[in-house]
Design a protein around this ligand. Structure first.
Ligand SMILES: *Cc1c(COP(=O)(O)O)cnc(C)c1O
Length: 231
Protein backbone atom coordinates (compact mmCIF):
# COMPACT_ATOMS: atom_id res chain seq x y z
CA UNK A 1 0.00 0.00 0.00
CA UNK A 2 1.31 3.42 -0.88
CA UNK A 3 0.56 5.74 2.01
CA UNK A 4 0.17 9.49 1.78
CA UNK A 5 3.45 9.73 3.66
CA UNK A 6 5.23 7.56 1.10
CA UNK A 7 3.76 9.69 -1.66
CA UNK A 8 4.72 12.97 0.02
CA UNK A 9 8.21 11.69 0.79
CA UNK A 10 8.81 10.71 -2.81
CA UNK A 11 7.58 14.11 -4.00
CA UNK A 12 9.80 16.01 -1.53
CA UNK A 13 12.82 13.89 -2.44
CA UNK A 14 12.17 14.61 -6.11
CA UNK A 15 11.94 18.35 -5.48
CA UNK A 16 15.16 18.33 -3.43
CA UNK A 17 16.89 16.46 -6.21
CA UNK A 18 15.70 18.88 -8.89
CA UNK A 19 16.69 21.92 -6.83
CA UNK A 20 20.14 20.46 -6.21
CA UNK A 21 20.65 19.70 -9.89
CA UNK A 22 19.52 23.21 -10.87
CA UNK A 23 22.26 24.58 -8.63
CA UNK A 24 24.87 22.13 -9.91
CA UNK A 25 24.96 20.32 -6.56
CA UNK A 26 25.04 16.64 -5.72
CA UNK A 27 21.51 15.72 -4.56
CA UNK A 28 23.05 13.26 -2.10
CA UNK A 29 24.65 16.20 -0.28
CA UNK A 30 21.21 17.24 0.97
CA UNK A 31 19.57 15.35 3.84
CA UNK A 32 15.91 15.58 4.66
CA UNK A 33 15.03 16.09 8.32
CA UNK A 34 11.40 15.01 8.75
CA UNK A 35 9.95 17.42 11.30
CA UNK A 36 7.74 15.24 13.45
CA UNK A 37 6.59 17.60 16.19
CA UNK A 38 2.97 16.79 17.08
CA UNK A 39 3.10 13.76 14.79
CA UNK A 40 2.19 10.50 16.52
CA UNK A 41 4.63 7.56 16.62
CA UNK A 42 2.54 5.45 14.25
CA UNK A 43 2.86 8.03 11.48
CA UNK A 44 6.55 8.43 12.19
CA UNK A 45 6.90 4.68 11.75
CA UNK A 46 5.11 4.95 8.41
CA UNK A 47 7.76 7.43 7.35
CA UNK A 48 10.47 5.06 8.60
CA UNK A 49 8.88 2.27 6.57
CA UNK A 50 9.01 4.59 3.55
CA UNK A 51 12.75 4.97 4.05
CA UNK A 52 13.02 8.14 6.12
CA UNK A 53 15.72 7.93 8.80
CA UNK A 54 16.20 11.43 10.24
CA UNK A 55 13.53 13.12 12.34
CA UNK A 56 13.46 16.55 13.97
CA UNK A 57 11.68 17.31 17.22
CA UNK A 58 10.97 20.66 18.90
CA UNK A 59 9.71 19.88 22.38
CA UNK A 60 11.79 17.89 24.85
CA UNK A 61 9.02 16.17 26.76
CA UNK A 62 7.19 15.11 23.60
CA UNK A 63 10.46 13.99 22.03
CA UNK A 64 11.49 11.90 25.04
CA UNK A 65 8.24 9.95 24.94
CA UNK A 66 8.27 9.42 21.19
CA UNK A 67 11.92 8.43 20.98
CA UNK A 68 11.22 5.57 23.38
CA UNK A 69 8.19 4.45 21.34
CA UNK A 70 9.33 4.65 17.72
CA UNK A 71 10.89 1.44 16.48
CA UNK A 72 13.48 1.28 13.75
CA UNK A 73 16.93 2.67 13.13
CA UNK A 74 16.21 6.36 13.44
CA UNK A 75 18.33 9.44 14.02
CA UNK A 76 16.80 12.23 16.08
CA UNK A 77 17.68 15.89 15.71
CA UNK A 78 16.63 18.61 18.13
CA UNK A 79 15.44 21.68 16.22
CA UNK A 80 13.43 23.62 18.82
CA UNK A 81 14.27 26.34 21.27
CA UNK A 82 16.43 24.72 23.93
CA UNK A 83 16.56 25.78 27.57
CA UNK A 84 19.83 25.15 29.38
CA UNK A 85 18.01 23.11 32.01
CA UNK A 86 17.02 20.65 29.25
CA UNK A 87 20.62 20.28 28.07
CA UNK A 88 20.99 16.91 29.78
CA UNK A 89 18.09 15.38 27.80
CA UNK A 90 19.40 16.93 24.61
CA UNK A 91 22.86 15.47 25.16
CA UNK A 92 21.46 12.00 25.85
CA UNK A 93 18.74 11.71 23.22
CA UNK A 94 19.85 13.49 20.07
CA UNK A 95 22.34 12.94 17.27
CA UNK A 96 22.45 16.63 16.35
CA UNK A 97 21.25 19.79 18.08
CA UNK A 98 20.49 22.52 15.51
CA UNK A 99 19.73 25.37 17.87
CA UNK A 100 22.72 26.45 19.94
CA UNK A 101 22.55 30.23 20.10
CA UNK A 102 24.24 31.26 23.33
CA UNK A 103 27.29 30.51 25.44
CA UNK A 104 25.44 29.29 28.52
CA UNK A 105 23.54 26.68 26.51
CA UNK A 106 26.71 25.50 24.76
CA UNK A 107 28.39 25.19 28.16
CA UNK A 108 25.52 23.12 29.57
CA UNK A 109 25.47 20.83 26.51
CA UNK A 110 29.23 20.33 26.72
CA UNK A 111 29.00 19.43 30.39
CA UNK A 112 26.26 16.85 29.86
CA UNK A 113 27.87 15.41 26.74
CA UNK A 114 31.03 14.98 28.83
CA UNK A 115 29.09 13.23 31.63
CA UNK A 116 27.53 10.96 28.99
CA UNK A 117 31.00 10.27 27.62
CA UNK A 118 30.18 11.40 24.12
CA UNK A 119 30.91 14.14 21.62
CA UNK A 120 27.69 15.91 20.66
CA UNK A 121 27.44 17.42 17.17
CA UNK A 122 25.75 20.83 17.23
CA UNK A 123 24.91 23.69 14.89
CA UNK A 124 24.93 27.37 15.78
CA UNK A 125 21.60 29.02 15.07
CA UNK A 126 21.98 32.46 13.50
CA UNK A 127 19.26 35.08 13.29
CA UNK A 128 20.33 36.14 9.80
CA UNK A 129 17.31 38.36 9.28
CA UNK A 130 18.11 40.22 12.49
CA UNK A 131 14.46 40.27 13.55
CA UNK A 132 13.66 41.21 17.11
CA UNK A 133 12.15 38.39 19.22
CA UNK A 134 13.79 35.73 17.13
CA UNK A 135 15.98 32.99 18.43
CA UNK A 136 19.49 32.73 17.15
CA UNK A 137 22.70 34.60 17.72
CA UNK A 138 22.99 37.94 15.89
CA UNK A 139 25.20 37.63 12.79
CA UNK A 140 27.74 40.05 14.21
CA UNK A 141 28.05 37.97 17.40
CA UNK A 142 28.25 34.55 15.75
CA UNK A 143 32.02 34.46 15.48
CA UNK A 144 32.47 35.34 19.14
CA UNK A 145 30.22 32.42 20.09
CA UNK A 146 32.05 30.04 17.76
CA UNK A 147 35.36 31.16 19.22
CA UNK A 148 34.15 30.52 22.76
CA UNK A 149 32.84 27.11 21.75
CA UNK A 150 36.27 26.01 20.54
CA UNK A 151 37.11 25.27 24.18
CA UNK A 152 34.35 22.73 24.63
CA UNK A 153 35.91 19.32 24.20
CA UNK A 154 32.59 17.44 24.03
CA UNK A 155 30.87 19.54 21.38
CA UNK A 156 31.56 19.24 17.69
CA UNK A 157 30.42 22.41 15.92
CA UNK A 158 29.35 21.10 12.53
CA UNK A 159 27.83 24.18 10.90
CA UNK A 160 25.07 26.78 11.02
CA UNK A 161 21.28 26.82 11.11
CA UNK A 162 18.72 29.53 10.47
CA UNK A 163 14.99 30.02 10.52
CA UNK A 164 13.98 33.07 8.50
CA UNK A 165 10.66 34.86 8.96
CA UNK A 166 7.61 33.37 7.30
CA UNK A 167 7.00 34.86 3.86
CA UNK A 168 4.54 33.94 1.12
CA UNK A 169 7.14 34.16 -1.65
CA UNK A 170 10.20 32.00 -0.85
CA UNK A 171 12.33 34.18 -3.12
CA UNK A 172 12.18 36.80 -0.37
CA UNK A 173 14.30 34.63 1.93
CA UNK A 174 16.87 33.64 -0.68
CA UNK A 175 19.23 36.47 0.38
CA UNK A 176 19.06 35.23 3.97
CA UNK A 177 19.94 31.65 2.98
CA UNK A 178 22.77 33.01 0.87
CA UNK A 179 24.02 35.11 3.76
CA UNK A 180 24.08 32.06 6.06
CA UNK A 181 26.07 30.10 3.49
CA UNK A 182 28.57 32.94 3.06
CA UNK A 183 28.98 33.21 6.83
CA UNK A 184 29.58 29.45 7.07
CA UNK A 185 32.13 29.55 4.25
CA UNK A 186 34.03 32.26 6.09
CA UNK A 187 33.94 30.36 9.38
CA UNK A 188 35.00 27.13 7.67
CA UNK A 189 37.96 28.92 6.10
CA UNK A 190 38.95 30.16 9.57
CA UNK A 191 38.81 26.61 10.93
CA UNK A 192 35.77 26.85 13.21
CA UNK A 193 34.20 23.64 11.92
CA UNK A 194 37.26 21.54 12.55
CA UNK A 195 39.56 19.82 10.11
CA UNK A 196 38.25 18.78 6.70
CA UNK A 197 36.34 21.05 4.40
CA UNK A 198 32.70 20.22 4.96
CA UNK A 199 30.06 21.90 7.08
CA UNK A 200 26.33 21.58 7.57
CA UNK A 201 23.81 24.26 6.63
CA UNK A 202 20.40 23.62 8.18
CA UNK A 203 17.94 25.84 6.32
CA UNK A 204 14.66 25.51 4.46
CA UNK A 205 11.20 24.32 5.56
CA UNK A 206 8.07 23.22 3.69
CA UNK A 207 7.53 26.57 2.02
CA UNK A 208 11.08 27.37 0.98
CA UNK A 209 13.27 24.24 1.00
CA UNK A 210 13.94 24.31 -2.74
CA UNK A 211 15.35 27.83 -2.53
CA UNK A 212 17.42 26.73 0.48
CA UNK A 213 18.82 23.77 -1.47
CA UNK A 214 19.70 26.07 -4.36
CA UNK A 215 21.59 28.23 -1.85
CA UNK A 216 23.54 25.35 -0.32
CA UNK A 217 21.42 23.68 2.39
CA UNK A 218 22.72 20.30 3.51
CA UNK A 219 19.83 19.72 5.93
CA UNK A 220 16.27 20.77 5.10
CA UNK A 221 13.66 20.60 7.86
CA UNK A 222 10.30 19.67 6.39
CA UNK A 223 7.16 18.96 8.41
CA UNK A 224 3.88 20.03 6.84
CA UNK A 225 4.73 18.99 3.28
CA UNK A 226 5.45 15.48 4.58
CA UNK A 227 2.95 14.84 7.37
CA UNK A 228 0.24 17.35 6.47
CA UNK A 229 -0.96 20.29 8.59
CA UNK A 230 -0.32 20.10 12.34
CA UNK A 231 -3.43 20.14 14.47
C1 LIG B 1 8.17 23.29 12.67
C2 LIG B 1 9.54 23.57 12.18
C3 LIG B 1 9.93 23.21 10.87
C4 LIG B 1 9.01 22.59 9.86
O1 LIG B 1 8.09 23.53 9.40
P1 LIG B 1 7.09 23.15 8.18
O2 LIG B 1 6.69 24.47 7.67
O3 LIG B 1 5.97 22.38 8.81
O4 LIG B 1 7.84 22.34 7.21
C5 LIG B 1 11.26 23.43 10.51
N1 LIG B 1 12.14 23.99 11.35
C6 LIG B 1 11.81 24.33 12.61
C7 LIG B 1 12.85 24.93 13.49
C8 LIG B 1 10.50 24.15 13.05
O5 LIG B 1 10.17 24.54 14.29
Amino acid sequence: MITDIQHNLDAIRGRIRQAALRAGRDPLAVRLVAVSKKVEPLRIEQAVAAGQTVFGENYMQEAREKISLVRGAVHWHFIGHLQSKKAKDAALLFDLVHTVDRFKLAQALDKHACLADRVLPVLVQVNVGGEAQKEGVAPEQAEELLLAMQHFTNLQVAGLMTMPPYVSDPEEVRPLFRKLREMAEGFAARGYFGPGQGFELSMGMSGDFEVAVEEGATLVRVGTALFGPRL
